[in-house]
Ligand binder design. Structure first.
Ligand SMILES: [Zn+2]
Ligand SMILES: [Zn+2]
Length: 376
């Protein structure tokens, strides 16, 4: 059986290859891919910012239908029964389970020293059909996957990965224990999200699902801010309005009760200046989560004294453990009728127009450009 695949031969150079699929082994699945998103990391790879073993089969935000179940596969990673024809979202990251980090901090799988990630692996590695930009994937026995509920649009399966990123980033602001002590996030608290791109918007939806009392969206583009209102933002601030950081902080503080600033700030803009501003934006004793700088995008000056004086918590967030997909799916079930998740896929292409889709994603014109291996 053959599968057409989009391959990145070198950064910026895409070709189409046809690969012969291996047999589906025990514990494996053959999934017919419906669509796969192009994310900021893919753009980064395209632009040469990632040191990978090229050629690579990209695509790590994919959903598809099970065509063949390998021997012994009866349930998804949550334990729910699966059968052929079910829609699944596939977790791209696979840990080794053996290194020091896997043994000692399994809740932080990105620390694994020998991690495989679908969408970033060499085209000849293992089953060869292992990126979302292919007609089929062989999901190997080490991987995690989750069945999509029947009442959800199957295409939303491609949003579960970025939702896992966003919900985990947001949940990093949860306190270990007593939310009423006003440590970290709790129901009714004030949350600001810097950046209204896909991850920022999904972070706002997470804040809404979790019961935030106020969600302040910050972005430089008015159109994005109005989309933010559809994803739960109760207030919006265009960061290009105020003259400097002091004025911006004052504007945001003025929206919060007591004029003290938000309890939680999530940086999802990926601009170094946003992190610097985040330290000032969050109220004294609040929590700042840095999620936007998953790839290097420059540096900024930090005044460590402010971090101490303000007595704030700063937490980084990279990816998620596999069961964060359950959270993403649960959020879709909760909010899919209320928020226009499907509209984020606003640039849909087949393989032939992939270059253009990367460009639309890079320029920000597309919220989430998607590759449809069987055409659009
Ligand atoms: Zn991604
Ligand atoms: Zn490991």
């Amino acid at each position: 059986m053959e599968s057409k695949t989009l391959v990145m031969e070198e950064p910026g150079e895409l070709t189409q290859r046809t690969v012969e699929l291996p047999e589906v082994g025990p514990g494996e699945l053959r999934v017919k891919i419906t669509l796969s998103g192009i994310c900021g990391t893919d753009v980064h790879m395209y632009e040469g910012g990632m040191d990978l073993d090229f050629p690579v089969v990209p695509g790590h935000e994919m959903a598809g239908t099970i065509e063949e179940l390998g021997e012994d596969v009866t349930a998804d990673s949550k334990g729910d029964p699966v059968s052929e024809g079910d829609t699944v979202a596939i977790v791209p990251g696979i840990v080794c389970g053996e290194c020091w980090f896997c043994q000692n901090v399994p809740s932080r799988p990105t620390t694994c020293r020998n991690r495989d990630v679908y969408g970033f692996m060499n085209a000849e590695y293992r089953q060869r059909a292992h990126g979302g930009f292919g007609q089929y994937m062989i999901v190997d026995e080490r991987a995690s996957f989750y069945r999509m509920p029947d009442d959800l649009d199957p295409e939303l399966g491609a949003l579960v990965e970025p939702l896992a990123v966003a919900t985990r980033a947001f949940e990093r602001a949860y306190p270990p224990g007593q939310p009423d002590a006003r440590e970290g996030f709790g129901i009714g608290k004030s949350v600001a999200v810097q950046g209204a791109g896909p991850i920022g918007l999904l972070t706002m939806s997470a804040a809404r699902a979790a019961g935030a009392g106020q969600i302040i969206a910050l972005d430089a583009i008015d159109e994005r801010l109005s989309v933010a209102e559809q994803f739960g933002a109760t207030e919006t601030v265009n960061v290009t309005g105020p003259d400097d950081t002091d004025e911006l902080v004052e504007a945001v503080q003025g929206l919060t009760s007591g004029n003290v600033g938000p309890d939680v700030v999530v940086e999802a803009a990926g601009q170094p200046i946003a992190f610097q501003q985040g330290i000032e934006l969050v109220r004294d004793g609040g929590t700042l989560v840095e999620a936007g700088h998953y790839a290097y995008s420059g540096e900024t000056e930090i005044n460590p004294t402010r971090v101490v004086q303000k007595d704030i918590d700063i937490r980084g967030s990279l990816a998620y453990p596999p069961n964060q997909f359950e959270t993403g799916i649960a959020l879709l079930e909760l909010l899919a009728d209320e928020m226009p998740f499907g509209e984020l896929f606003n640039h849909r292409v087949g393989f032939d127009d992939a270059e253009e889709a990367y460009e639309k994603q890079a320029s920000g014109e597309a919220y989430r450009a998607t590759i449809h291996p069987w055409g659009v």
